[in-house]
Design a protein around this ligand. Sequence first.
Ligand code: AMP
Length: 425
Amino acid sequence: MLTAGPKGTNDILPGEIEKWHYLEEVIREICRQYGYSEIRTPVFEHTELFLRGVGDTTDVVEKEMYTFIDKGKRSISLRPEQTASVVRSYVEHKIYAQPQPTKVYYLGPMFRYANVQAGRYRQFHQFGVEVLGSYDPVVDAEVITMAMEFYHRIGLHGMELHINSVGCKECRPVHRQRLLEFLNPKEKKLCHLCRSRLAKNPMRILDCKEEQCQELSRGAPATADCLCEKCASHFAMVRKYLDDVGIQYNVNDRLVRGLDYYTNTAFEIMVSDIGAQSSIGGGGRYDGLIEEVGGPPTPGIGYALGLERIIAAMERQGLEFAKDRTFDVFVAALGEKAREQAFKLVLDFRRAGLVAEMDLMGRSLKAQMKFADRFNSGFTLILGDEELAKGVIVVRNMAAGEQTEIPLGGILDYLTKQKRRNSST
Ligand code: AMP
């Protein structure tokens, strides 16, 4: 028991973490270029925020939330996603009073009591962005473009982008009405959950994963056919911007987000070769959400992607992550005096910006050399009594297979020059 973590959680171990660092680096770089600042919000919030901000008829809130009563008798939930928290923070700190739009990104763990399977965990990590304060379709196109750009930068291929528009609070009731007319006669054949959705949230029936419901809703009125003029032209402009930069997409009228504050653009990105859990990101507009959470009417759009699934997709496609852990220099020392000298040297090397390591296990010289080799050390320095007496250190250039002796006092200078030379070639 004590030696196994809770179901659906993962330890990210050395050897694996380098992949995460690599992705985080790409994320921070792309966000910097697109003008997004990082936002960090707490991993838990008042449960009420998610009931309102995600919606109490969604699976995420209805079935999957980690909710508990804290010692102050408040209902608290671990965040199942971060949009609601970002919006709460935006309203709480009156960020809407600053020049708009607000562009933020986040990176961190989310918690859902999900049925655990490959690609579906109870603690997983998302990278997401939110743009608050603009209704302009160019923002929708920019957010989608950035998502696709991210996948391209990490080398993924085979993505499919699905987009749709779910309209606004004016045109949605029209769709709802037509949908009810279509689905009501089929009520008895719908799955148990969809029967309750019929009253609360019929649009969600369109993305039910049950085969019988998919069959029954085939030919149902599409949201795109019920859009008011404003929403239709918004959607047309989003597509135009995407066309202009050559981003390919499928208009998928089954892609819906059931709640009233989700408006206009909805999108999802799939990749075919990571098995059943093929969604590697999704998002959309939520022009009613900020008001729902208690702020002034403000448009917003965002997307989130799951990092575990990105890593799985990259592994399946045999893509390169960042390089494994390496040392610039390893100091192999033999004897107490030499170890003392080595300890001082690695400090100097590290202060000069080198990745330096020495033996911490009392290994034999041969074992130290093997260890250095395993971590692809660029240089291995050898220091024993003989070298100490002569005031020199043996430098082995591992890649070139060459070995020389350098005076101890000049070794730092030698290594930093070599490093500079290597990084400029
Ligand atoms: P959602 O917030 O449900 O739209 O999910 C956004 C992205 O997060 C999905 O495309 C997945 O990549 C990822 N994701 C959602 N739920 C899980 C989960 N339980 N485990 C791992 N990744 C998830």
